[in-house]
Design a protein around this ligand. Sequence first.
Ligand code: PLP
Length: 382
Amino acid sequence: MEKRKVYVDNAATTALSDRAFNAMLPYFSNCYANPSAIHEYGLDARAALERSRRIVAKAIGARNNEIFFTSGGTESDNWALRGAAELRSSKGKHIITTSIEHNAVIKTAEVLEKQGYGVTYLPVDKHGMITPEQLSDAIREDTVLISIMMANNEIGTILPIKELCNVAHKRKVLFHTDAVQAVGHIKINVRELGVDMLSMSAHKFQGPKGIGALYVKIGCPIPPIIYGGGQERGSRSGTENVPGAVGMAAAIEEAVAHMEDNSRKIISMRNKLIQGILKIPGSYLTGDPENRLPGNASFAFDGMDKKPITTALSKEGIFASSASACSAGSIKPSRILLATGATESLAYGTLRITLNEHNSEEDIDYLLEVVPLVISKLRIGE
Ligand code: PLP
C-alpha cells in the first residue's frame, strides 16, 4: 500500500492553486508578448498586467498605482529598506527593525550598517512580540525607517502593526512591514494599517514562485534599486512577468474570498494538532498562543536536534520543516527561538508544521499518530 503523504510545510511554499494555474496558461502560450510593445499582442499583455495590479491592490485596500510587481518577498524587502534609507538619508541614518525578521530584512539591514547606517534590532518577548512603548523608546532624532514584520515565518506570531505604525508616524518615521507570511492568510487593509510600504510574495498564498509586490504608499517616492528599461513606472526595471502577475492576482483573489471559511477550518485543525503534540513530554509551543497565523503550529522539543526530526518524519511521508525554509537544513539553533529567550537546548529541537485548507482531519490524525512515535524513538536513540 502506498504510504500516506502529508504536506505541512505551507509557510515554506504552497502548491499553485488550480485557478492560478489555469489563469496563467494563456500567458505562456498565446498571449506571450512584451507588455511594453504597442502592437495588439503587447496591448493584450499590458491589459492583463494592469488587471492583475488592480486585483492585487483591491485585495489589500491599496490604489492601483501603489502596487509594484517584483520577483518576490526578498526583492520587495531589499527595495523597501534600501529605497527608504536612500530617500531619507539627508534626514538621518538610523533604522529600527527586530531580531526576528526574515533574512531578507536582516541581511539588507547588515549591508546598510556597512554603509554607515545605525541599526537597532529590537528584542522580542518570549512570544516574539514587540510593544508600541518599546518601539517608541527606540526611536531617535535620526531614525528614518522602521521595518517590522507582520507575522513571523517560523513561530507564526502576528505583531500589532497598526499600533507600531502609529508610533512611527507620530515621530515622522517611515514604516515598512514584511507581510509575506500574512497576505492571503489574515485580513489586511493598508489604509487601516497606515503603513508606507508592505512586502508580499505570491508563492505563500498558492500563487506562483518568482513574483511578488511591494505596496508603496502614494507620497513615499522611494528610488529604485534595479535600473534598466524603466518598467513599473520607472520604479522597477525588467520585462514584466505577466504570467506571474496573472497567477498572483488569481491566487490572492481566491485567498481573500475564502479567507474566513478557510481560517475557521485551519484553526480548528491546528488547535487539535497543538493539543495533541503538547502531550509529548518535553514539548513546547513556540510563538504567541493567541496572536498567531491560522496555519502555524510550531514546537520545540527539549534536548533534541531538529534535523533528525524532520528527516524521520519525511520517511513516514510527513513533509514538515524544522524552522524557516532557508535554515531548514542547518544544524544551528533557531535564531528566532534564541531571540525569544529560549534555551539552546530548546532552540535546537524545533519543528514547524504549517497547514492550509488542503489539509484534512485525516492528516491531523496521521500527524498525531506519527509525531509522538518519532520523537520517542529519537529520544531513546532508535
Ligand atoms: N519574508 C518572509 C517573512 C518570508 O517568510 C519569506 C520567505 O520565506 C520572504 C520574506 C522571502 O520571500 P521570497 O521567497 O518570495 O523571496
